[in-house]
Design a protein around this ligand. Structure first.
Ligand SMILES: Cc1cc2nc3c(=O)[nH]c(=O)nc-3n(C[C@H](O)[C@H](O)[C@H](O)COP(=O)(O)OP(=O)(O)OC[C@H]3O[C@@H](n4cnc5c(N)ncnc54)[C@H](O)[C@@H]3O)c2cc1C
Length: 384
């Protein structure tokens, strides 16, 4: 369904990954279900996935990646998300981090960290959010104070994906009080510039790491700056374009899985003398789910194609993220409904999918923020 725009090469790449995920990764995901996957095991998984173009795909061949572009990468990423929201969360942040390093880091940092990220050996975290800074990214409080040829960083980050695994943290810090040019990105190497990490327990996605990060007098060389001083807000907005289509694709994976599980269940479960797929209200629910799945994919792939074409797509990425993540909440709920009582037991996957779906409209700009971005693009007037 919905795959008419794939080239033969894309078809082959997706099929190869699908076979690998079904054979090698699905058993691991089932084994761990809601329990934490330790770093070594996670690295074994990311090393396997990178062979198929995940993370490595968006990095150019010139810098050691596969250079397959964002659209093809997104197709692969959807497959991973279909198998596991946890693993796709890890890959999402490693992909965003690798891309940021390729585009903006000085050569010495790019040469040091990009190969490990591409190989799946290294993990990266991106630290923007803080206890008092969520939707209002411009108000970051963590301070980087200049001290000779170093900066001293103090502050607290929260909700940081990959925190426990991270070898590297790209940290958004305040370097001045200028409202537009007050933020700067620094790369922290966990061994050389230690930061404290504390795990956060959530309703789902507990097989991977989401953390608080504490920065206390962390001394970082000025040469670890990513981009120029004062550019972090502008660069974060570019990063959001890419991150949002990935969060949207994550929810598409959840939606497609909930649909497949529900189709199968409805074909075998019998009530009132027939299979429940034969009841019109169940059939209508499946039709709504399938239509939302395909509409999500079309919106997401349009935004990815725009990024590949070098066209700015803040509004299109916001539409795709908003629609696909909210669709996943609806679809996962319908999936539970179709399963009846079985849908709320841990015996059936839809229970887990529903818990995951409810989280996805929050990261990388909530649904409300996406709507405000779309409204601003339409009217030229910001309601933020
Ligand atoms: C699983 C997960 C992983 C994450 N990973 C990372 C990560 O790796 N790195 C990182 O930096 N952050 C990460 N985040 C943080 C995420 O980006 C924030 O949670 C998100 O931006 C929302 O911020 P908040 O939670 O502080 O909510 P708030 O900003 O406090 O929002 C609370 C509510 O108010 C609404 N709201 C806020 N402002 C407005 C407004 N102007 N108009 C209307 N409504 C508004 C919001 O939509 C929301 O409904 C992650 C979050 C989650 C849940």
């Amino acid at each position: 369904m919905g795959y008419v725009f794939r080239t033969p090469e894309q078809e082959m790449a997706v099929d190869g990954l699908r076979r690998y995920l079904d054979a090698e990764i699905e058993p691991i995901v089932r084994q761990y279900r809601d329990t934490f996957i330790a770093r070594e095991k996670m690295a074994e998984i990311t090393r396997g996935l990178t062979q198929y173009g995940l993370v490595s795909g968006v990095v150019s061949a010139q810098h050691g990646g596969m250079g397959i572009g964002w659209l093809t990468h997104l197709m692969l990423f959807e497959e991973l998300a279909y198998t596991s929201s946890d693993l796709s969360t890890v890959v999402l942040v490693n992909t965003g981090g690798a891309s940021l390093i390729e585009l903006l880091a000085p050569v010495h940092l790019r040469e040091r960290y990009l190969p490990g990220l591409i190989a799946g050996d290294l993990f990266i975290s991106i630290g923007i959010s803080e206890p008092d800074v969520g939707s209002n990214v411009a108000e970051v409080k963590a301070r980087a104070r200049k001290d000779g040829d170093h900066y001293i960083i103090n502050g607290e980050k929260t909700w940081i994906t990959n925190g426990a695994y991270s070898d590297v943290l790209i940290c958004t810090c305040r370097t001045s009080d200028d409202p537009k040019r007050g933020l700067t990105h620094f790369l922290l190497d966990r061994r050389e510039h230690p930061y404290e990490v504390r795990e956060i327990h959530k309703i789902a996605l507990n097989s991977q790491s989401t953390t608080q990060i504490f920065l206390s007098d962390v001394r970082v060389p000025a040469t670890n700056m990513i981009g120029h001083e004062g550019d972090a807000l502008k660069n974060t907005l570019t990063l959001f374009e890419r991150a949002r289509i990935h969060v949207g694709a994550q929810s598409l994976g959840i939606s497609r899985r909930a649909l497949d599980e529900s189709v199968r269940y409805s074909q075998t479960r019998r009530q009132h003398g027939k299979r429940i797929a034969g009841h019109q209200l169940i059939s209508a629910m499946l039709a709504e789910m399938a239509t939302r799945v395909d509409a999500s994919r079309l919106l997401l792939q349009r935004a990815a194609a725009m990024i590949d074409a070098g066209i700015r797509c803040d509004m299109e990425a916001a539409m795709a993220k908003y629609f696909a993540t909210e669709a996943a909440v609806t679809i996962a709920r319908q999936g539970v409904q179709i399963h009846g009582g079985n849908g709320v037991t841990t015996e059936f996957l839809v229970e887990k999918l529903a818990r995951e779906a409810i989280m996805i409209p929050i990261p990388d700009g909530t649904t409300e923020i996406q709507k405000l971005i779309i409204g601003r693009a339409l009217t030229g007037i910001s309601a933020l």
